[in-house]
Design a protein around this ligand. Structure first.
Ligand code: PLP
Length: 365
């Protein structure tokens, strides 16, 4: 990677944090020893901790887990920051790159809400470039993203692909175009929380050529470990190092790291991939059936494990599903989605229940 270009990205960090060393934890020293009395830990495990694996503070970035994630995502370990879900990475990015009242965060609504929430918490201005509705669905307008980011001083640009809740994807060529156009001005962050369900290649392959690009990945969705809270930020090693200094001292709880590592063993990954394929089949089955059901206006194409659906009466559809015991996400408060619900793809039986609940409405109406 071009060092001058990496330096340009580091200069996008908040100036007051550029020489910030962060917290020096008991696990960050390289000292060797046999008797560890430097962190005020208990000398005995908790009786409930059968293997005694939680007595000590954990490795801030568990090496074996970082290695396994790097292998999974096709990057080097130095390009990985592990945190408490990609939610933590989003928060860290905004805190490290945006001066309150000054450096803007750009998002493309309707989209995942955390970008705006983190901007708000940091006091960073929020720039919104709406998705554009067309025959292929609700798509990001990359020309407008670039123009707005340049014109209004965006420091972070969040591109969600596949987009939640819209389901649409951003072409690799458009991601490259945005990264190029915003070099020296903004870090372009591609949130790939659902990329496993897509047939498009991950933007991680672009990292080597574009230091102002970062990618968010997570084990919460396709890997079925939402409660373990393991998300990754993938970026240039220098960017990762800078963000590590802003992160909490022990961000990855030991039991979560162990579970995640176990989930990344080849035999488990094989089963995960089979589930992902099953979800894609179910998604297409639902996407084919739903448009024929009463009151369904439009089903958007989706590369994720959910479908965005417009209804003639979204409240009635929501209520009918709820009466059948099915809870879906009401999207009506989101811009452009005043008649829409987002339905996660469940097991075949669960999906059948969705179809049955919505079909039954003809009789009731
Ligand atoms: C679910 C989701 C996340 C959050 O993932 P965690 O790793 O569980 O924090 C991030 N981005 C998008 C678009 C999501 O839908």
């Amino acid at each position: 990677m071009n060092d001058a270009k990496v330096q340009d990205v580091l200069e996008l960090l908040r100036p007051d944090l550029q020489s910030f060393a962060g917290y020096s934890s008991a696990r960050s020293s390289a000292q060797q020893g046999e008797v560890w009395l430097n962190a005020n830990e208990s000398a005995w495990p908790n009786p409930a901790d059968a293997r005694g694996s939680s007595r000590r503070y954990p490795d801030p970035q568990p090496a074996a887990l970082v290695q396994a994630l790097a292998a999974l995502y096709g990057v080097s370990p130095a390009q990985v920051l592990v945190g408490r879900g990609s939610d933590e990475a989003i928060d860290l990015l905004v805190r490290a790159f945006c001066r309150p009242g000054q450096d803007a965060v750009l998002a493309t609504p309707p989209v995942f809400g955390m970008y705006a929430v983190c901007a708000r918490l940091q006091g960073a201005p929020l720039l919104e470039v709406p998705l554009v509705d067309g025959p292929n669905g609700l798509q990001a307008d990359i020309d407008a993203v670039i123009a707005t980011a340049r014109g209004q001083g965006a420091r972070l640009v969040f591109l969600c692909s596949p987009s939640n809740p819209a389901g649409s994807e951003i072409a690799t060529s458009d991601i490259v175009r945005a990264a190029r156009a915003l070099a020296g001005q903004a870090l372009v962050v591609v949130d790939e929380a659902y990329i496993e369900y897509s047939t498009q290649a991950s933007a991680t392959a672009l990292l080597a050529d574009h230091p102002n690009l970062a990618v968010l990945r997570t084990l919460s969705k396709a890997h079925a470990l939402a409660a373990a809270r393991i998300g990754s930020l993938l970026a240039a090693p220098q960017v990762i190092a800078a963000l590590r200094r802003c992160q909490a001292p022990y961000p990855v709880p030991q039991p979560c790291a162990e579970l995640a590592l176990a989930a990344l063993q080849p035999a488990v990954l094989e089963q995960t991939r089979a589930r992902i394929a099953e979800v894609a089949v179910e998604r297409e089955r639902l996407a084919a059936r739903l448009p024929d059901l009463p009151g369904v206006r439009r089903v958007y194409p989706s590369a994720g494990n959910y479908l965005l659906v417009r209804f003639e009466d979204a409240q009635a559809a929501f209520d009918a599903l709820l009466a059948a015991g099915v809870v879906v996400r009401d999207q009506r408060a989101a811009p452009q989605l005043g008649d829409a619900l987002r339905i996660s793809i469940g097991s075949p039986t669960e999906n059948q229940r969705v179809l049955a609940a919505l079909s039954a409405r003809r009789a009731a109406a």
